[in-house]
Write a protein that binds this ligand. Structure first.
Ligand code: NI
Length: 178
């Protein structure tokens, strides 16, 4: 396994739209392992391949306290989105930034698991929020895209300044870093 470098916004590579994984092979399996190691080390509760500069539709999430229940979504497709829920979101690619974002509370997702087997499930609450956040990454979006232009610009400038000046502030502990 290897620790991967996480791209920091406004890195233009975070704006690339990832194509679907064609074959779930050993390369994808290694990517999942490396992404998991990177996410746990960060630490975060979710990570999209886009964030480690791999243009493939691969998402991992672990919401467990013990950090031992990795969920893998390859080519995730969200449907039947319903309800709305607002949460303070953070992101490994926007260190130190937290903002309230409104997302659907209930979704259906179909995806491939790490063996390439298709599955479909209804998800709600925190997992639904994380999946929407991560699928945004695969589409070249970050969570601040959901904010007003003014707030977005302010956050972008702050991250650019912090990148020059030194290590960014840690994200508040009680927020979701996805
Ligand atoms: Ni994120």
């Amino acid at each position: 396994m290897a620790l991967l470098e996480i791209l920091i916004y406004p890195d233009p590579r975070l704006r690339k739209k990832a194509p679907a994984v064609e074959t779930v092979d050993r390369k994808i399996s290694t990517l999942v392992d490396d992404m998991a190691q990177t996410m746990y080390a960060a630490p975060g509760i979710g990570l999209a391949a886009t964030q480690v500069n791999v243009q493939q539709r691969v998402v991992i999430i672990d919401l467990s306290e013990e950090r031992n229940q990795l969920q893998v979504f390859i080519n995730p497709l969200i449907s039947d989105a319903e309800g709305s829920i607002e949460t303070e979101e953070g992101c490994l690619s926007l260190p130190g930034i937290v903002a309230p974002i409104t997302r659907h509370e209930h979704i259906r997702v179909c995806a491939l698991d790490r063996e390439g087997k298709p599955f479909e499930t209804a998800v709600t609450g925190l997992l639904a929020i994380c999946l929407q956040h991560e699928v945004d990454h695969l589409d070249g979006k970050v969570f601040t895209d959901h904010l007003s232009r003014l707030k977005r610009d302010r956050i972008r400038k702050r991250l650019v300044r912090e990148a020059k000046e030194g290590p960014p502030a840690p994200t508040r502990e009680n927020s979701l870093v996805i």
